[in-house]
Design a protein around this ligand. Structure first.
Ligand code: NAP
Length: 314
């Protein structure tokens, strides 16, 4: 193996023009890492938020930085402490966001962050899963403890997180009210939503009432207007900003903020659901690694339908 690879890095914070496709060293393994030959990497909103510098005070990054924290590929080397994986395993992961990411030909990932990829998905589709599906899982299963028969309002149901959240909620036997614009009614209904709200024409609070769980993927005014749809004891889970606890207490409801954590264990459970046909990734577009800049521009536009994926190698 050579010592260098192609990757997309930033050397400074700012616009998409600061993404550089360039030759960089292949990452070195920690003792509990696996080295993955990347076949595909997904693009998520957090990528352009980090590129713009919005998370500078929150995450400990050193520049230059390889972006992208969603990967599918093949294990080509294992650290001496790794027991769960061997060379040749086909894996997927949402790696540690404070290390170099997956817009690259190789990435070093802690073994505990990876899992065998779903057998029914090719690497391009598998790469679209980890970050968004883990966010849906940690919001609906861990934070909200969503139960069969409950009603959940999922905002941005056609987006990366929302499209998995709708399917996960249905797999758990919940009733789903979903928001998106009219162009996405077919997709969101096919994913299992019981009720659709076109947020551009109808205020969701006129439709959603007595809801057990709200998944807030939008923040701001959407979060503020979401309190009133909850039944007493219900929970608003935001992945955007911590909901003010005083508001929750005053309304007799609960709130939680989720910032996704890597988990190979949960990815194994998610792979099982996918292989059982209960969840699938939706792809907005697949672009080559060298077009990461264009992929981030689309992501930043805020209207991706499902996931954007960079195809790195077969
Ligand atoms: N805290 C965490 O750990 C965590 C993890 C993952 C994501 N996030 C954050 O969660 C947000 C969503 O992530 P994502 O990957 O799902 O984003 P995404 O895929 O880019 O979301 C795009 C979707 O948002 C929909 N949308 C835009 N404005 C809307 C509105 N006012 N109401 C309803 N839908 C609307 C669009 O639907 P239309 O085209 O139909 O308008 C589009 O389908 C991002 O801000 C991301 O950074 C946080």
């Amino acid at each position: 193996m050579t010592s260098t690879m192609n990757a997309v890095r930033i050397h400074a914070y700012g616009g998409p023009e600061l993404l550089h496709y360039e030759e960089v060293p292949i990452p070195r393994l920690h003792s509990d890492d696996v080295l993955i030959r990347v076949q595909a990497a997904a693009v998520n909103p957090v990528d352009w938020k980090i590129r713009e510098g919005y998370l500078r005070g929150f995450l400990n990054h050193q520049l230059p930085l390889i972006l992208g924290w969603d990967v599918a590929g093949t294990v080509v080397e294992v650290g001496p402490e790794v027991t769960g994986f061997k060379v040749g395993d086909e894996v997927y992961a949402r790696p540690d966001i404070e290390r170099d990411g997956a817009y690259a030909e190789y990435i070093a990932v802690k073994a505990s962050e990876a899992a065998l990829k779903p057998t029914t998905l090719d690497p391009v589709h598998a790469a679209a899963v980890p970050l968004a599906a883990l966010t849906a899982w940690q919001s609906l299963v861990d934070a909200a403890q969503l139960q069969a028969g409950q009603t959940v309002l999922i905002h941005a149901a056609a987006g990366g997180v929302g499209s998995f959240a709708v399917q996960l909620a249905k797999a758990r036997g919940a009733r789903v009210i979903a928001t998106a614009s009219a162009v996405n009614i077919g997709l969101v209904t096919e994913l299992g939503a019981d009720q659709f709200v076109d947020y551009t024409r109808t205020r969701f609070e006129q439709v959603a009432k007595e809801v057990d769980v709200v998944l807030d993927t939008i923040g701001g005014d959407t979060q503020r207007r979401s309190w009133q749809v909850l039944k007493p004891g219900g929970i608003l889970v935001s992945v955007i900003s911590p909901p003010p606890e005083t508001t929750a207490a005053a309304d007799g409801v609960r709130s939680a903020f989720v910032f996704i954590q890597p988990s190979g264990q949960q990815l194994t459970q998610i792979a099982r659901l996918i292989d059982q046909g209960q969840m699938k990734p939706i792809l907005h577009a697949v672009l080559p690694l060298s077009e990461a800049r264009q992929a981030q521009v689309i992501s930043q536009g805020g209207h991706a339908r499902g996931k954007l994926v960079l195809h790195v190698a077969d």
